[in-house]
Design a binder for this molecule. Structure first.
Ligand SMILES: Cc1cc2nc3c(=O)[nH]c(=O)nc-3n(C[C@H](O)[C@H](O)[C@H](O)COP(=O)(O)O)c2cc1C
Length: 220
């Protein structure tokens, strides 16, 4: 593996900034966006569940429909080169077909499957206490999608591409609009978070962060 330097990574973290306006004349190369999607796909997830889908919304009419219910991206939705709506799996219970199929794809034998599913049952039921609460199960899969979100944004920044994570929208309305457009089955999937990509239209002033001593506690 080619090593990047710590300074290169830190530079990318300083460069990345929530981009509220994109340059409409500067387009992301197709292969660069494919790289960003690949970073999403390769992201880790709890028990390897991969409980996500990445909807790339390039359709202008659909973006226009989303605009009035997405206050957090009104200034970007027209000029963002790519808009990705990240979906999280609903009802990802240990005893769902979804889990069984994921394990089958990993090539587990029936015996291994029984063991693994018993472990997941106790994990979801006793440890996390989410198995019998659809909202809690959805929040759990949603959490996994934020890892992919971060990886996409960081990887984009490393090659000089800008992004903005988006939670500023009406979830019911966005789910309704996208499901009506047949973008997904609302029984199976729900919108977790969105992210836009492009090149910043203007300079973004440097970020504020709490000092290290305020956010890190050492227990020794
Ligand atoms: C999960 C998440 C959701 C966000 N939603 C929005 C949004 O809807 N609209 C927006 O303009 N910025 C949004 N932001 C950007 C934050 O406001 C921004 O990351 C924060 O102020 C720190 O600034 P920086 O990203 O430039 O360092 C969101 C950030 C995160 C992590």
């Amino acid at each position: 593996m080619t090593q990047v330097t710590k300074q290169q990574v830190l530079d990318a973290f300083h460069f990345r900034a929530a981009t509220r306006s994109y340059d409409p004349n500067k387009k992301i190369a197709k292969e660069d966006f494919a790289y960003i999607l690949e970073l999403a796909r390769l992201s880790p997830s709890s028990v390897g569940s991969e409980p996500w889908k990445f909807l790339v919304v390039q359709n202008k009419a659909l973006r226009e429909q989303l605009k009035p219910v997405s206050w957090g991206m009104v200034t970007q939705i027209d000029d963002a080169d790519y808009l990705v709506v990240i979906l999280a799996k609903k009802n990802a219970r240990y005893d769902s077909d979804y889990f069984r199929q994921a394990l089958e794809k990993r090539g587990l034998t029936e015996e291994q499957m029984v063991k693994v599913l018993a472990r997941y049952k106790s994990f979801q039921t006793d440890d996390m206490k989410i198995a019998d609460n659809p909202r809690a199960l959805f929040d759990w899969t949603s959490k996994q999608t934020y890892i992919a979100l971060a990886n996409m944004m960081t990887g984009a920044a490393l090659i000089g591409i800008d992004s903005c994570p988006i939670e500023g929208f009406n979830y019911d309305e966005v789910n309704r609009i996208l499901a009506q457009a047949n973008a997904f089955d609302p029984e199976e999937w729900g919108v977790s978070v969105m992210v836009t990509f492009g090149y910043r239209a203007k300079e973004i002033k440097s970020k504020y962060r709490k000092p290290t001593e305020e956010v890190v506690d050492w227990i020794e």
